[in-house]
Design a protein around this ligand. Sequence first.
Ligand code: IPE
Ligand code: IPE
Ligand code: MG
Length: 239
Amino acid sequence: MTRSPPAIEPSKVPRHVAVIMDGNGRWAKQRTRPRAFGHRAGVGAARRIVRACHLHGVEVLTLFAFSQENWQRPPTEVSLLMQLFVRTLSREVNSLHKNGVRIRFIGDHGDFPESLTRLMADAEALTAGNTGLTLVVAAGYGGQWDIANAARSLCAEGQAITPESLESRLVLPQLPHPDLLIRTGGEKRLSNFLLWQLAYTELLFVDTLWPDFDDAEFERALEWYGSRQRRFGRVPEGV
Ligand code: IPE
Ligand code: IPE
Ligand code: MG
């Protein structure tokens, strides 16, 4: 990670970027290759955006790697994805750690292979004290699951449900909500990603398929974000 960061005014860099990495299957199909080929190429794009966020001083990057609904894909694709997670995590964790990245996983991991949950726990423990980029990997995640869990835990303790109490029981309560969401692959939907946390996020949908998403396109996304006027329901400044 030695390249110097490109010139984006630091005050305009989003603190938290969330990404729906979509389009691997179509990318492979365009090349008349199996979907697995696209997923493997997608790992390269994930590696690129981690490095770019590190260079630009983004505090948190959340990558949607596997949704709860993705369990409904053919078993061969699901197991290929699980193997790819295991392989990628074991290959990348040391270099992420060296670069000060703190890794967190969110989602329901109950049905994940034990080899994977062990690697995830080890990666979180190894990198817990790091103070650089926080890399959140959403795997087995669903926004509705997240909200329902939070409500269930409050109810079990007889606590009142308020936006604040619910927020405190969602995954990652101590992190800022995403400022910028990027979805590649052309679909304009959230597919049950961070439903609560995206309430005031700037949403960017691009047609580029995930394996093709490169540094230049990420910089364009940051520039677009820098040009947004975020009002949070207020009137614009100076009015
Ligand atoms: C995203 O790419 C990766 C995962 C959902 C795991 P897809 O596999 O959804 O690719 P498309 O949308 O079929 O092209
Ligand atoms: C969203 O992509 C989930 C991930 C990128 C992990 P999908 O390809 O699963 O979304 P849909 O099915 O098109 O909504
Ligand atoms: Mg898809």
